[in-house]
Design a binder for this molecule. Sequence first.
Ligand SMILES: Cc1ncc(COP(=O)(O)O)c(C=O)c1O
Length: 384
Amino acid sequence: MRKRYIMAPGPVEIPPSVLSVGGLPMIHHRTPEFRKSLLEVLEGLKYVFQTKNDILIFPAAGTGGMESAVINIVSPGDKVLVAACGQFGERWAKIAETFGVSVIKVFAEWGEEVDCARVEAELKNNPGVKAVYTTLSETSTGIENNIKKLGEIVGKTGAVFVVDAVSGMGAVEFKTDDWNVDIAVVGAQKGMMIPPGVAMISVSVKAKKAMAESKIPKYYFSYEQALKALTKDKLPDTPYTSSVSLILQLKESIRLIKEEGLENVWARHARIASAVRAGVKALGLKPFALGKPSNSVTSVWAPEGIDGDAVNKKIRDEYGITMAGGQGKMKGKMFRIGHLGYVDMFDAVIALAAVEMALTSMGAKNIPLGAGVKAVEEELLKKV
Ligand SMILES: Cc1ncc(COP(=O)(O)O)c(C=O)c1O
């Protein structure tokens, strides 16, 4: 038998109480019983998102949520700005271009943060920009962007501010309304701690105004239809069949988040992330993040002469722990340790033990066994 762990930046491990809800008998999605749960989930999500805006839930991957935030807001020929610093940020540009939208690319080098001053300058030079798309926690590089600052900049313009919070929500500080975020897109399988399959999207009044002018054809992902269903009578509804079991699981995971308190959730992630970073540093490994490191994932350069994917594969196949390799142009050059959602302090100990053992057995030089784990323990003890 091998005990298996997921230490990837999503999907994440599921808390036992959330898992058990997934095994309950099916109920019909048009019943008052289900719609009462949907109401509770939507209200709970407002707390997690820190918003008073309407929230829509589509059965979809996070990328479906991203696509919806393009096709409902802009029109072919419109100009948008994409502020990216990695694979997922750059995905916004690919989606927009797929629908004939013209993209101003403010792309940072991978490992750096989005440059807020460049965004501000481009918005001044291009007063007609309809929307600005960016990423809260860039999972491919392990960077957290300054959404508060970007929200101040975009909030002074007519552009709709859209944030991919797929791997950041429920892990790092995020305040939709205080930070002027018009649309936040969130996925299921990360900080929300449920299996993959639903995208959650908050929509501000400013976004709704843009929506009314958008000319990209849409059917399944129509915000107009989804908003109508939300408010058609006393209990919310969805235009098409809801992901019943996932929504019931979401109700339980939101209950867990509320019970802990959102600020404590953020603090737990910060504590575990700083322990993982201390462990990596103690092993003499080079962190990939040059900008603000995300508290949901730590990206590490593979040591000289060692393939990052091979490290990842060894840890998965021989130790039973699924981490992540490099994405896109970083394939083979790094490995990534996810620490989000259902994580606690001893996950950091396990992660560093696995990294030390894998690198040592692969012949990496100067990896003192136990040094990473010791640094993790020391960092965790500082904050107990
Ligand atoms: C920041 C970010 N955005 C978008 C996505 C895409 O989500 P999905 O794979 O569910 O489409 C991910 C998934 O890893 C992500 O981490």
